[in-house]
Design a protein around this ligand. Sequence first.
Ligand SMILES: [Fe+2]
Length: 194
Amino acid sequence: MLSLGIYQRNMWHKSWRTNPHKNCEIIDRISRNATLVAIVRKYLGAEPILWLTRLRWTFPPSDHPVNLRPPLDRKLGQYGNAFHYDAHDFNALTAFVYLTDVNLDSGPHMIIPGSHKNKSLQDLAHIVIKDDVAQRIFRNKIKVILGNKGLVFLEDISCYHKQAVCNKKPRLMLSVDYVLRRSVPPESVTFQDG
Ligand SMILES: [Fe+2]
């Protein structure tokens, strides 16, 4: 088992870690936190499956070791900086945990609450929307989530969301995806198991 501190200090060569809960006890405990899981269970209306956890550093341009950054990270970063929605399952919920203090300079998470509801077929076809389109359609519904290290928030990521551009300070965020039916290869991890 690794400590969260080791992840925090030693991820500078790589922006992403997938499923850190499998070898970091504190992340596993966060992911299975009884209060968190109870909220997810109530939202999903059934026993959730812990589908995926991810740790992601985001760096301001001047901090990032550009030459070491793999092309896949660049692609994911660009996608995350545009409003988009995700569909992990027919119903899913994601917990986000800020592991660094996040202000307007450190790429805060942005969300358009309610945009997951009543999607038309045309809406469904637009997984990614440009900022000007989001501003025109949703205007003052767009929220920026600022907070100190330790802030936890839950989101149905079938609503439009994105990461704002990281200007000055690095950001480390944990995401924990809970689903209802989708299996995690090679095995599904349910909360009754842990
Ligand atoms: Fe997303």
